[in-house]
Design a protein around this ligand. Sequence first.
Ligand code: NAD
Ligand code: MG
Length: 378
Amino acid sequence: MLGSTGSIGTSTLDVIAASAGRFAAFLLAAHRNVEQLVEQARACRPKWVVVIDPDAATAIDASELPSGTRLAAGPEALDELMHCPEIDRVVSAIVGAAGLRSTWAALEAGKTVALANKETLVMAGPLVTELAARTGGRIVPVDSEHSAIHQALRSGTPAEVARIVLTASGGPFRQRPVETLSSVSREEALRHPTWSMGPKITIDSATMMNKALELIEARWLFGLPGEKLAVVIHPQSIVHSMVEFVDGSVVAQLSPPDMRLPIQYALAYPERLPCPAPKFDFTRNITLEFEPPDPRRFPAVCLGHEAAVRGGTCGAVLNAANEEAVRGFLEGELRFSDIAEICRRVLDEHPYSPEPSLDEVRRLDGWARQEVMKWACV
Ligand code: NAD
Ligand code: MG
């Protein structure tokens, strides 16, 4: 479990606890929240806990850990532990660009990765898929849209796919007057109508930058050209995404919005198991609505389409600029409407390269963050 203390991390531990011994946590890794990490270790008794921030590791009293649980600290130790033969699936649920390193290490070790950290594919899609092909590592998506597509794709061959349609809730500002989006507060943006998630992805859902990142994620995960990817707003978050086949049939995956289902799907694939997530009650009315996203309200979606079509360095630059802009918004340095606008500028001005190396990706990630900071000071 990479990122065990986050929203996906805790939902994963729920799935493990409900699995009646089918799944067991071997290693829990988190950034700084040592108190929660120790509590989790006490509940599920893993072989290892890893505190990724070495400074935070000094706050752990190893005697608080259960007997049989060992402590390690720092990203290098985590990379090394990815090679343990006892690990057969790695849940990648660190938030942001910071998740790339350990996801890379897991794939390098040839593991199957249940991937929640979309940034890994957004930043370095071609390099990551190439690595997995070389080592025999596999990626099974956890992101609910990509899990839905993964499931829907099982009803046809790749040549039969006409396009993929990603659904989006539209977040809290789907109907708010566009001209008031510059005055959105932090609290308003953090109030998501259908999903409970970590703060970064909640802001991304409000701007729909999350969908932009997911378009890029889908492009590399499913190996489809950007032109075959579409987005539709579906406020109920029940249809998690759809695949349209060449004959016009659309196959969708539906379930009440709860991440425990896609997490368990990725842990159990290719099997299906009973899941602790709630089921539909078809004795009650269920309404499904779909509408196209308005590009004036959600300019981020266009950025995602563009980056998915152009590929190369676009994903890494867009992702880093957005991470820094979201930080700026959450810390009161930027307005809500600045986020997409700044990302547009940074994306347009970056030195594009079609086939970057991992070093180039990392360098441009740093460059894009610097550019946003300049803007924030203006
Ligand atoms: P979160 O903020 O709730 O948790 C983040 C986790 O990452 C924590 O365990 C934290 O310790 C760790 N972390 C933070 N910064 C780190 C760093 N610099 N180095 C190492 N570890 C660090 O986030 P979340 O909502 O659980 O999201 C995790 C990932 O899953 C993100 O990539 C997000 O886009 C993706 N995702 C989340 C959801 C959801 O419902 N929450 C849905 C789909 C995809
Ligand atoms: Mg998603």
